[in-house]
Design a protein around this ligand. Structure first.
Ligand code: ADP
Ligand code: MG
Length: 446
């Protein structure tokens, strides 16, 4: 379907033309009319399928065509779990609003609080934010959300994790009038049941799902290698990175320390590599991401900080140096390649410590993966004996539960999905604003 067939405001069509897009993607085709009809939505479609425009376009249409509830308050609030993703969404929004009178601002932890306060005083129509810092501004009364018309959660399943729940409740209460529309987007939202925080935010939502999060992503070729230990993994990694056809690579590791160690190791071996993790200062994080996006180096070694949402055109390969604990994160990590119809490859290294996470991943994706072998680098490790109940995913509780009795079913309304509570790198954690000296805000970064 052509963008020109939707009946958008002409200014939106012009902006889309500037982006060079004619046809809407499947998720845009399905979600945009539903969103324009004013419904609350849970939208799910594979990584790299254009979800950002699927919410930015209806948001823009509303702001252009519908009279504002308030002249002062922001009309649209978009929340993302990492600063890097919020920045990316903000730049896409800026492209769409270029040349218009619409104002937008970006509110992130780790950046100057007073400058954000000044930007908020200009009454932006759009705010893109990570939740922690936004709640800080709200509690300082730098911001009011009484006039908010549209609340959008990108990577919504991640945003519903308990680390963000309190912040979402505060934001919801501040924008509590009935006219608000709320949209959830993620590549792994389709199986997620609505737990209590989501229920608080959403009002009779419709589901829009294009495919399933467990479907094979046909643009991402997946390869798995057995490894004996860390040293063996490192040798296999260097071998994989010297193959033909590699442009840029994101190597995901489980810990922050590993990002440093591995990037140093790769640098010594002659690869142009840098580390990204939540221990870095915000300016260092910005510098690493900017230079990677500009192609100044080819190998980014990152924690899950870079797992969600980032759209970098030249990422031809993703490596999982470790298998993530939560199977959904595998879908997001590998989804940093193979975007917008391009082909990508994902390599995953499976050692003894990864084995049960790997089996959980197979359970989640309902597939069995074969292992490939690099000649001369065969592993002695062949897997571990099955462990009971190894499925670790946000949906695992649902899958492993016994069928409830009728009375249990009644008592259990509403059914809840278990969201994990551990702090994961890169995601803005919840921290109640502590006492502030001289009004200087706390940084809400880790
Ligand atoms: P998702 O959020 O689903 O992972 P993104 O919104 O980040 O995907 O979009 C992935 C890529 O596809 C981006 O580079 C974006 O510019 C591009 N894209 C979005 N919509 C279209 C379209 N209609 N036609 C072609 N490319 C598009
Ligand atoms: Mg996205």
């Amino acid at each position: 379907m052509l963008f020109s067939d939707f009946g958008f405001d002409e200014r939106i069509l012009n902006s889309i033309r500037h982006l060079g897009f004619d046809d809407a993607t499947d998720v845009q085709m399905k979600a945009i009319p539903e969103a324009m009809a004013g419904r609350d939505l849970l939208v799910s479609s594979k990584t790299g399928s254009g979800k950002t425009l699927a919410y930015l376009i209806p948001a823009l249409h509303r702001v252009y065509r519908v009279k504002a509830l308030s002249k002062r308050d922001a009309r649209v609030l978009i929340l993302a779990p990492t600063r890097e993703l919020a920045k990316q969404v903000f730049s896409q929004l800026r492209l769409l609003t270029a040349g218009s009178k619409l104002k937008s601002t970006l509110i992130l932890g780790g950046e100057n609080f007073n400058e954000q306060h000044k930007a908020l005083q200009k009454n932006p129509h759009f705010i893109v934010a990570t939740p922690g810092r936004l709640v800080d501004h709200l509690t300082q009364r730098n911001l009011f959300l009484d006039g908010l018309e549209l609340l959008i959660l990108d990577e919504a399943d991640r945003m519903l994790d308990l680390g963000f729940a309190e912040q979402l409740k505060i934001l919801d209460a501040a924008a509590g009038h009935r006219l608000r529309q709320t949209l959830f987007f993620s590549a792994t939202l389709d199986n997620t049941e609505i737990h209590d925080v989501a229920q608080l935010l959403l009002n009779e939502p419709s589901r829009v799902s294009v495919g399933s999060s467990t479907d094979e992503h046909t643009d991402i070729k997946q390869h798995f290698y057995l490894c004996d230990d860390l040293g063996h993994k490192e040798i296999i990694l260097s071998k994989l990175l010297t193959q033909d056809g590699i442009k840029q690579v994101i190597v995901f590791t489980a810990t922050r320390v590993d990002t440093i160690r591995l990037s140093e190791l790769l640098t010594v071996q002659g690869f142009s590599a840098e580390a990204l993790n939540g221990d870095l200062s915000q300016s260092a994080r910005n510098k690493v991401m900017d230079s990677f996006a500009r192609g100044h180096f080819d190998f980014l070694v990152s924690t899950d900080l870079a797992a969600r949402g980032l759209d970098i055109a030249n990422v031809s390969h993703v490596v999982n140096f470790d298998i993530p604990k939560y199977a959904e994160e595998y879908v997001h990590r590998t989804g940093r390649t193979g975007r917008a119809g391009f082909q990508g490859e994902a390599y995953s290294l499976v050692g003894p410590k990864d084995w049960y996470n790997f089996k959980a991943l197979e359970t989640f994706l309902t597939r069995q993966f074969d292992f490939e072998v690099i000649s001369g680098l065969e592993a002695k490790f062949k897997g571990l004996a099955p462990k009971k109940n190894n499925a670790k995913s946000r949906q695992s509780i649902k899958k492993t539960e016994k069928e409830p009795t009728v009375t249990q079913k009644k008592q259990r309304q509403p059914d809840k999905t278990k969201f994990h509570t551990n702090k994961q790198d890169g995601f803005e954690p919840f921290a109640l604003p502590k006492k502030k000296s001289k009004g200087i805000p706390l940084d809400d970064s880790e």
